[in-house]
Design a protein around this ligand. Sequence first.
Ligand SMILES: Cc1cc2nc3c(=O)[nH]c(=O)nc-3n(C[C@H](O)[C@H](O)[C@H](O)COP(=O)(O)OP(=O)(O)OC[C@H]3O[C@@H](n4cnc5c(N)ncnc54)[C@H](O)[C@@H]3O)c2cc1C
Length: 487
Amino acid sequence: MLVAMAAVSCKSVTEERKVVIVGAGIAGIAAAKTLQENGVEDFVILEGSDRIGGRMRQGEIGGVKVEIGANWVQGLGSNPIWDLAKRYNISGKISDYDDVVVRNKTGSDVTAEAEEVWERFGTAQEYLETWRKNIRDDKLPDVSIRVALKLGGWKVKTPLEKVIEYFDYDFEYADPPEVTSVNNTGWNSKDFTEEEYFVTDQRGFRHIVERLSEFLSPNDSRLQLNKVVQTVSWTDAGVTLTAADGSTYRGEYGLMTVSVGVLENEVIDFTPDLPPWKVEEIYQFRMGQYCKIFLKFPRKFWDDNEYILYAGSLWPQYAMWQNLEAEGFFPNGTNILLVTAAASEVQRVELQSDETTKQEVMAVLRNMYGNNIPEPESILVPRWLTNPLFFGAYSNWPVHVSARDFEKLAAPVGRLYFGGEATHPRYNGYVQGGYLSGIDQANAILKCMQQGVCKSYQPDVSSGAVVTPISVALLLPIMTAMFLLHG
Ligand SMILES: Cc1cc2nc3c(=O)[nH]c(=O)nc-3n(C[C@H](O)[C@H](O)[C@H](O)COP(=O)(O)OP(=O)(O)OC[C@H]3O[C@@H](n4cnc5c(N)ncnc54)[C@H](O)[C@@H]3O)c2cc1C
C-alpha cells in the first residue's frame, strides 16, 4: 500500500531544473561537470540503468573483471582520455598488433605466408591514406574503404587476405569496409598517436567516469538512476520529460546523450515529432555491432601471441582472438581468451543461446588446436544490440555522411540539445567523442543561457529537406522577385 502511494505521489510531482540531461555515460557526466564548473548547479541527470558509465562497463569471468564495452584508449599523445587514464592511474597494456599469429582453416600456422599479404595490404593502405588526404584537401567526393582499397590494388580472394583486412577494418569500425567512409575515419591516428592502450584495471575503464563525477556528492539527488525516459516534449521555451516510473522533469534546457541506436529505434516518444531533417540524420548514422565473447579455460592451450587470427573462410566468424593470458594483461593462470564478433555476425550471436555460441567457438578452436583441448569453464557474451538502452555498440558514419549531416545530428531542436559519441565531428564511435561532445553541448547550452547566443538549425531547402511553412513563406517573395526579373 505504502509503495503504491509512493508511486502515485511520484507521478504527481514535476521536478523543475534548469537543465535535464538524459544519460550518465561519459557524455552526460562530462556535460554536467561542465555546467557545474560554469556556475550552473541546477541540473538533473536521468539514467536508465542502475549505474553511470554507459558503454564503459565491466563484466566478470573466472573472478576477473573484464571490459565488455570500451576497452582501448584509442590514440595516446594528446587524446584527452589518455590524460585522464594517466591522471587516475588506469592500468593496462599498449597493444602490440605485430605480435600476431595467423592460423588457417585446419590450424596450420600461416604467419610466414601472411607476410607477403600484409605487405600488399600495406601498399593499398598507403594508397588509401593518399586518397583520404586528397578527399579532404580538394573536397573530393567521399568513397568507402572498400573502393579505396580496390583502387590501391587490394582485391580479397582468399580467407587469409580477408582476415588481414578484417583485423584492420571490421574489428575497428564494427562494420565492413563497404560501409565505412574514408573521409570520416582516421582522425584518431592523425590527431593523436597510433598506439592503443588496452585497459585491464580492475576498477574498470569506467573508473574515469566515476572520478569525473566527483562533483556529485554521495546520493546527490541530481543523479537519478533507473529512470528510463519515455517521453520528451520540447519547445523553444523548455523541455518536459517523463520516465517509465511516471516521474516528470521540466527543464529550461534538455540534453539527450543516448546512443543513435536508441534514437533510431524510437523508444523515446518526442512531442512534437522531431523535425524531418533531424530524423533523416538519425536514420543516416549507423550503429556498428561489436560483441566481445570471453572464455575462461582450465588451462592455456593456445599460442603465446597477443593476437590470433583465424583465416577460416571468406566470411569470417570467430576470426579475431585475443590472448589475455599473454604478458601484461591479467595474472598468470587466469586463462582467458577473448574472441570478437563484429558487424553482421553479432545479431546471430546475440539472439542465440550462450551454449550455442560456446559450441560454435569451440568448433573453431578445435580447428585451430585439435580435439584434445578442454571445454571452457565459463563464457561471457555481452549483449549491446538487443539492449534497449543502447541498440548496438558505437556509431560508424557511413560513406555518404557529410560534415553538414553531422551538424544536423548535433543541432538542437528548440531547447533540446543532442550530444553523445555519435555527435562528435572527429571522434565519433570513441570514448573521447562522447567526452568531448558532452563538454561541447554543455558549452552550447551555457552560451544560450548566459549570453543569449543560441544554436539553431534551419532546414536547407535545396538539399531536399522538408519545406516548412516558414521556409515557404520566406521563399515565396524571393521566387516572385526572380520571376519578375527573368520574365
Ligand atoms: C563493445 C564495445 C566496444 C567499444 N570499444 C571501444 C574502445 O575500445 N575504445 C573507445 O574509445 N570506445 C569504444 N567503444 C565506444 C564507447 O564505449 C562509446 O563511444 C562511449 O562510451 C559513448 O559514451 P556516451 O556517453 O556518448 O554514450 P553511452 O555510454 O551510451 O551513454 C548514454 C547513456 O544513456 C542511457 N540511456 C539510454 N537510453 C535511455 C533512456 N531512455 N532513458 C535514460 N537513460 C538512457 C544509457 O543507459 C547510457 O548510460 C565501445 C563500445 C562498445 C559497446
